[in-house]
Design a protein around this ligand. Sequence first.
Ligand SMILES: Cc1cc2nc3c(=O)[nH]c(=O)nc-3n(C[C@H](O)[C@H](O)[C@H](O)COP(=O)(O)OP(=O)(O)OC[C@H]3O[C@@H](n4cnc5c(N)ncnc54)[C@H](O)[C@@H]3O)c2cc1C
Length: 382
Amino acid sequence: MDFSLNEEQLAIRDTCREFAEQEIKPLAEEMDRTGQFPYALIKKMGALGLLGLPFPEEYGGAGADFLSYCIAIEEISRGDVSVGITMEAHTSLGSTPFYLFGSEEQRQRYLPPLVSGEQLWSFGLTEPEAGSDSGGTQTRAVLRDGYWHINGAKAFITNAGTDITGGVTITAATGTRADGRKEITNIIIPKGTSGYIIGNPYKKMGWKASDTRPLTFEDCVVPAEDILGQRGEGFKQFMHILDAGRIAIAALSVGLAQACLDEALSYATTRKQFGQPISKFQAIQFKLADMDTEIELARLMYYKAAWLHMQGKPYAREAAQAKLFASETAKRAADQAVQIHGGYGFMDEYPVSRYWRSVKVNEIGEGTSEVQRMVIAKHLGC
Ligand SMILES: Cc1cc2nc3c(=O)[nH]c(=O)nc-3n(C[C@H](O)[C@H](O)[C@H](O)COP(=O)(O)OP(=O)(O)OC[C@H]3O[C@@H](n4cnc5c(N)ncnc54)[C@H](O)[C@@H]3O)c2cc1C
């Protein structure tokens, strides 16, 4: 068993760590306060190759392995989770479906502007009435005269309405399968298509600079061939996308948890009470030690899930476990980081206040903690 990272993985980690420290972190407070989408940062990340890390060079990607991509998500999220989730949703949910399930013509057409960061792409699975029950899609697409006619709504879609969003891939019910269940197909809808209506951004508790919006489709029409893979393969495709996405979200949680530890440790060594730094009190030391231990475990869990993925072995259980444990680790870390800051931790000028508000959604997005436990229980044979 070899736990060491190879040269490429270390180089990507160091580049992202430096970029997060020098370029992202100084802007994090302002992004949280204004909620402005970080166009300039995204442009720089595109130039560094960070928006196309796991895709082959023939499409303009960096050709990095999946673990390198996850490590990059961890480091960028350590700088700021709004930027981390923008990168993750664009790569795992927006671009990967084209690479895995698109035709060669679709890959050539859609991937180059996405991997360069010129465009972002979103993935619309969740609906107002279909969240955890993601197969309960109510958006309908009817094939008529060579075109899909789409009607329905999507909720909480990341990167759905930025100035550089190229479009969305949505799940739509396109019929009924032989077993009576919905036939789901993934349909590509470029921005500007008539009847594709982008709603106003939600007002959120955290991830403030990330773009999250509702989408509506009112007799939206796209050509019959603008689907991913074959008609009816949508459910299988998005389950695959979500399994891998969960590893990246685990990495995002580890990055946020590490940021909590960074801030808590730094504060504990400078804040004095009873004539000494509070880091000298065993009660504070034990909190920091527990945070560090849990973060290390969560990191190893996402490394293992990513490794299984790269070996072509089954990884759905390990991905769910990594996502579950890392998001709950990050929540405990954020809570303890605020506790270690005392009253100052409740003030917005301290990063831990922002971390505490942002961490909750990690237990919700890309499958709630309950859904992760359901996946794990299914693997136990329940
Ligand atoms: C900021 C943000 C960004 C997002 N980005 C995207 C995106 O880009 N694309 C996209 O498609 N979606 C996105 N989502 C949606 C996200 O994946 C869903 O919010 C999530 O899957 C939960 O669905 P829901 O909100 O409808 O909750 P519900 O499914 O209504 O769940 C409500 C509660 O009931 C629990 N529950 C539901 N069913 C069960 C069950 N069978 N057993 C036990 N408990 C259960 C849930 O765990 C939860 O606690 C985003 C969400 C947020 C908040």
